[in-house]
Design a protein around this ligand. Structure first.
Ligand code: S3P
Length: 434
């Protein structure tokens, strides 16, 4: 339970490279474990979450070799997973448990899936209910929470209109669809990240997209069609955003962020920053295995602030903690609407943001589905002791906010940042000029 001290900085300078993308790493690890042969995954996420996925795939029979951020996964085909007598532990990772539930629903063995105290409080009904419509036999604590028990079942394809925009739900159903009889289609009420679709195609599976509907043809429990691949994971834009925010806060900043994944379903946050007057330039652009990657140059400016709402929300959901914590450093403040989903993330992020922003002296109006954080006129933030509630993104957002506050900020239980970015504080210290 390490405490991290954050001292005020003058500006950010130099270069950083965020760790490999968490969402993409999960998907590559799972698909590689179901492919024929050995896949090589370079710049695999350092995130503890993605290592939970690797551990689960290993327990399900895949070969896993980790050498720093280079990971080799050997699979025995989609029908080659075997049951684990021990419960699979997803740790803190919602993506691990929800996507794996989709994969395990159509297997010929029983699985138990669980996670840490935070994960056991997060809703699983959103995947369990449509998977049951496909014929899955899943029991959940109070019918909604982990631990989950998934028994053998033969799945049938369904057409599912998702009640909420969620990449995890979409992905769980597409992965279950691999093992179902017929054509599974999932209709999204709003666009969400499409890494599962792109990764499936990379591993040789045909995925069709028609408007908001995504379709996959299953093989009815006979689907050993994934091919091992050698893949580079782009850097995680959701980790890069802490540096984008930190550099933007100080007029004299000049920061390069290398190798950032710029998949269009993830870059809405750059549009939000641009609309607030941030000076971000894409200085090079390339493609890697269906994903777009680039380097970003960020200079300091005066941020205007603004409102983030409606269909923007699912596209910036993981960046909202950083945006909210930036509110007091903007001219007009920041308002987040239509984001009740934030209450069922790794922590109740609306409550965690409101509480910690107030500790630093910000003026905050907490609402059921968002919050309004007053801008610069409400006064400069002062350093405080932050309780991130075990939530990596809350810890990192307040470390950044602390750089421009008056006095020292202390982040309690700071190691929780390792869920997505184990070297975060080192990287931040390296580019912060004092
Ligand atoms: C993720 C999807 C999002 C996001 C999470 C990662 C994914 O969750 O918040 O951090 O990798 O699919 P939801 O699908 O629940 O919105």
């Amino acid at each position: 339970m390490k405490k991290q001290t954050i001292l005020p900085a003058k500006y950010l300078t130099g270069a950083v490279e965020p760790p490999g993308d968490k969402s993409i790493s999960h998907r590559y690890a799972m698909l590689a474990a179901m492919a024929e042969g050995t896949s090589e995954l370079r710049h695999f996420a350092a995130a503890a979450d993605c290592h939970s996925t690797l551990d689960c795939m290993k327990a399900l029979g895949a070969g896993v070799e980790v050498d720093k951020d280079n990971v080799k996964v050997t699979g025995r085909g989609a029908e080659g997973l075997k049951g684990s007598w021990r419960a699979l532990d997803a740790g803190n990772s919602g993506t691990t448990i929800r996507l794996l539930t989709g994969i395990l629903a159509g297997q010929a063995f029983t699985s138990k899936l669980t996670g840490d105290a935070s994960l056991q409080k997060r809703p699983m009904g959103r995947v369990v209910s449509p998977l049951r419509q496909m014929g899955a036999d899943i029991r959940a604590r109070e019918d909604n929470f982990a631990p989950l028990e998934i028994r053998p079942a033969k799945l049938r394809a369904i057409h599912y209109k998702m009640p909420m925009p969620s990449a995890q739900v979409k992905s769980a159903l597409l992965l279950a669809g691999l093992f179902a009889e017929g054509l599974t289609s999932v209709i999204e009420p709003a666009r969400t990240r499409d890494h599962t679709e792109l990764a499936l195609e990379e591993f040789g599976i045909d995925v069709q997209k028609h408007g908001s509907s995504i379709q996959i043809r299953g093989s009815g429990g006979n689907g050993g069609r994934l091919q091992a691949r050698s893949l580079d994971v782009p850097g995680d834009i959701s980790s890069a955003v802490f540096f984008i925010a930190a550099a933007s806060m100080f007029p004299d900043s000049n920061l390069l962020i290398h190798n950032v994944g710029l998949n269009p379903t993830r870059t809405a946050i750059l549009d939000v920053f641009a609309s607030m007057g941030a000076a971000i330039k894409v200085v090079s652009l390339r493609s890697a295995h269906g994903e777009v990657v680039g380097d970003l140059s960020v200079k300091g400016t005066s941020l205007k602030g603004g409102i983030v709402e409606k269909e923007q929300i699912p596209l910036v959901i993981d960046e909202l903690p950083m945006l909210a914590a930036l509110g007091p450093y903007t001219e007009e403040g920041i308002e987040i609407r239509d984001a009740a989903e934030l209450r069922v993330k790794e922590s109740d992020r609306i409550a965690a943001l409101a509480e910690n922003l107030r500790r630093m002296g910000a003026t905050v109006d907490e609402r059921p589905d968002g919050l309004r954080v007053e801008g610069r006129k409400a006064g400069r933030l002062r350093g405080a002791e932050i309780d991130p509630r075990g939530d990596h993104r809350i810890a990192m957002a307040f470390a950044v906010a602390g750089l421009a506050a008056e006095g020292t900020t202390t982040i309690r239980d700071a190691d929780c940042a390792g869920v997505s970015y184990p070297k975060f504080y080192d990287d931040l210290e390296r580019v912060a000029e004092r």
